[in-house]
Design a protein around this ligand. Structure first.
Ligand SMILES: [Mn+2]
Length: 307
């Protein structure tokens, strides 16, 4: 093995995934895509929005079964598990509301493809439950949104398999305000803070919480870097002072942040790279080719494929 090909959020764009794998020199043999001496790593968010969530999952699942890839959980897979799982003590309800407009909008394309509560739906959710929230390998770390040592240290003792959220923790994880919910959210949705001036998001909804650019060296205080619509970073005044930092000890790869598809493909810092350039909204699917022994991340190792 000479290195890892780390791949960002796919969101049902199976054609882009196959085009990218081909570009990277993978071949489909014996039922799975494989490379002679490299392994693929997936940052989560395989599903939702795009037309082919099922085919996307099948491609990635065949690779993980064959040992040619590893995959972590994105917030969309986490939400899919909660959507399917009954809420204890509340007959007819689920950990994620099945009939809210917002949830239907986010999850609708997937539900139309698999059918509501069909055996296929259940089978895919069963596989999502096996995906870890993070993955630490010898040379690289993988998480969907934010590498939080604090969240990892908190969750690890409660897990049988490192990173895999056990089913008995799902109800707490879906219950706002519990420590388990906070930890899971930080890892797969990223930290947020209330900003002094509310803003409009991509759907025209007024938001008062902004996503923190956790990879930046924010100076503790009330002016911090936040993500704005279109994947740009802006200094914002926050109502609660930032009291935390997110240290990174070796290269961390993540997705989640819907970066501008036309912006330069470049690391966020020498040890952190976001690979989500909005493949789910017309952007390219992006990969970082990490070679064993690499110390710092560089722009030259990004590969972007639009189809
Ligand atoms: Mn995503």
């Amino acid at each position: 093995m000479t290195g890892y090909d780390v791949i960002g959020d796919i969101h049902g764009q199976a054609d882009k995934l196959e085009a990218l794998l081909r570009t990277l020199g993978y071949h489909h043999t014996n039922g799975a895509w494989r490379h002679a001496d490299r392994m693929a790593l997936f940052c989560g968010d395989l599903i939702d929005r795009g037309p082919e969530s099922v085919r996307t999952v099948n491609i990635v699942r065949a690779m993980t079964d064959a040992g040619t890839a590893r995959c972590i959980m994105g917030n969309h897979e986490y939400n899919a598990v909660c959507f399917f799982t009954p809420k204890p003590g509340a007959p007819g309800e689920f950990l994620r509301k099945n009939f809210s407009d917002k949830n239907r909008r986010q999850h609708g394309a997937f539900l139309r493809e698999v059918g509501y509560r069909t055996p296929l739906h259940e089978e895919l959710v069963e596989w999502f439950k096996t995906l870890p929230l993070w993955l630490e390998l010898d040379e690289v770390c993988l998480v969907h949104a934010c590498w939080s040592e604090r969240a990892i240290a908190f969750l690890t003792p409660m897990m049988e398999q490192t990173g895999v959220l056990p089913m008995e923790l799902y109800p707490d994880s879906a219950h706002k305000g519990t420590p388990v919910c906070d930890a899971v959210k930080e890892l797969c949705k990223g930290p947020e803070l209330t900003v002094a001036e509310s803003f409009l998001d991509k759907d025209g909804t007024t938001r008062s919480k902004a996503r923190i650019c956790w990879w930046r060296e924010n100076v503790p205080g009330r002016r911090i870097w936040t993500m704005r619509d279109g994947g740009t970073e802006a200094l914002s005044e926050v109502l609660e002072p930032l009291e935390q930092t997110w240290p990174v000890r070796k290269p961390v790869f993540f997705g989640h942040y819907w970066l501008n598809p036309d912006s330069p493909k470049t690391p966020k810092s020498p040890l952190a790279a976001c690979l989500d350039y909005s493949a789910g909204k017309g952007g390219p699917l992006v990969c970082y080719r990490f070679d064993s022994g690499d110390i710092e991340l560089v722009p030259e190792k990004f590969v972007a494929v639009r189809e």
